[in-house]
Design a protein around this ligand. Structure first.
Ligand code: DGP
Length: 117
C-alpha cells in the first residue's frame, strides 16, 4: 500500500537512498538525514499511513513499535537509554506525512518538556 508522492514510500521502494539500519517484511529503519542526536533513526511501516491517527491496524502498529527495541540494540543505545517520538500533524510539526517513529539517543537529553518557550 503505497502513496506515490510520499518521500518515505520512495525510500521504502529504494527509489531514494537511505542509510539502512534494520529491515524486515513490514518495516524499514534508516538514519535521519538531519540528526538531532548522535543516534537518530526513523522506523517506518512499509505500508503507507499518514500518521498515528490514520486507522492503522493493531497488528501493523505492533510490528512498527516492535522494531524499536531491535533498532535501539543495533544502534547501541539500549543501555544508556533512548527516546521514542511520533509527531502527528501541524502542532507537532510533522513534516513527512508517512507515520514514523523517531529513535533518539547517544547523549543526555532534557526531561522532554514538549512546549517551545
Ligand atoms: P517529522 O518532523 O516527525 O515529520 O520528521 C521527519 C524527519 O524526516 C525529519 O527529522 C527529517 C527526516 N527526513 C526528511 N527527509 C528525509 C530524507 O530524504 N531522508 C532521511 N533519511 N530522512 C529525512
Amino acid at each position: 500500500m503505497r502513496k506515490d508522492d510520499c518521500l518515505f514510500c520512495k525510500i521504502v521502494a529504494g527509489e531514494i537512498p537511505c542509510t539502512k539500519v534494520y529491515e524486515d517484511d513490514d518495516v524499514l529503519a534508516f538514519d535521519d538525514v538531519s540528526p538531532m542526536m548522535p543516534v537518530h533513526t526513523l522506523i517506518v511501516p512499509k505500508n503507507h499511513y499518514d500518521n498515528i491517527a490514520d486507522d492503522i491496524p493493531t497488528e501493523e502498529m505492533g510490528r512498527l513499535f516492535g522494531a524499536v527495541a531491535k533498532v535501539a540494540e543495533i544502534k547501541g543505545v539500549t543501555e544508556g537509554g533512548f527516546r521514542t517520538l511520533v509527531n502527528t500533524g501541524d502542532h507537532a510539526c510533522q513534516s513527512v506525512h508517512h507515520i514514523h517513529v523517531h529513535v533518539l539517543g547517544g547523549a543526555q537529553m532534557n526531561d522532554g518538556s514538549p512546549a517551545a518557550e
